[in-house]
Design a protein around this ligand. Sequence first.
Ligand code: NI
Length: 173
Amino acid sequence: MALLSIITAPDPRLKIISTPVDDVNGEIRKLIADMYETMYFAPGIGLAAIQVGVQKRLLVLDIIGKGDKDNDPQPLAIINPEITWASDNDACYEEGCLSVPEHYADVVRPAEIKLNYLDVDGKKQKLHADGLLATCLQHEIDHLDGILFVDHISALKRNMILRKLLKQKKMAS
Ligand code: NI
């Protein structure tokens, strides 16, 4: 396994629309293993392939995480996700993102979703998610379409965050 470097905003690669995985093979499973390692190390609760520069429709998440001593980790790898239903009622969570480090904002999304996807064995799966899992899935699926959580907040707040990140990048380079 290997730690992958995470792309941070603003970066044009984070706006790319990722393409479906056509074969869930050893190369994809290796990528998923590396993405888990990268996510747990960061640490974060979700990571989409495009965040490590791979333009494929896959993501990993674990809303429990390895740091929680009272609960077992719940790693979940989702390939080619399709949201088939979203609830009318919404939920609001304070979201963050490994590609938008150290910035957080309240985002409103459907409270529940249903999803079709492929698992690591390439088998079709269905999932009915609510709570934090539903929010996290929608956040990660957004990445596959080039959307960041800051695209769901006011332009004023978004631009403020992106300007700060750009300034940090310039200072670091
Ligand atoms: Ni994110």
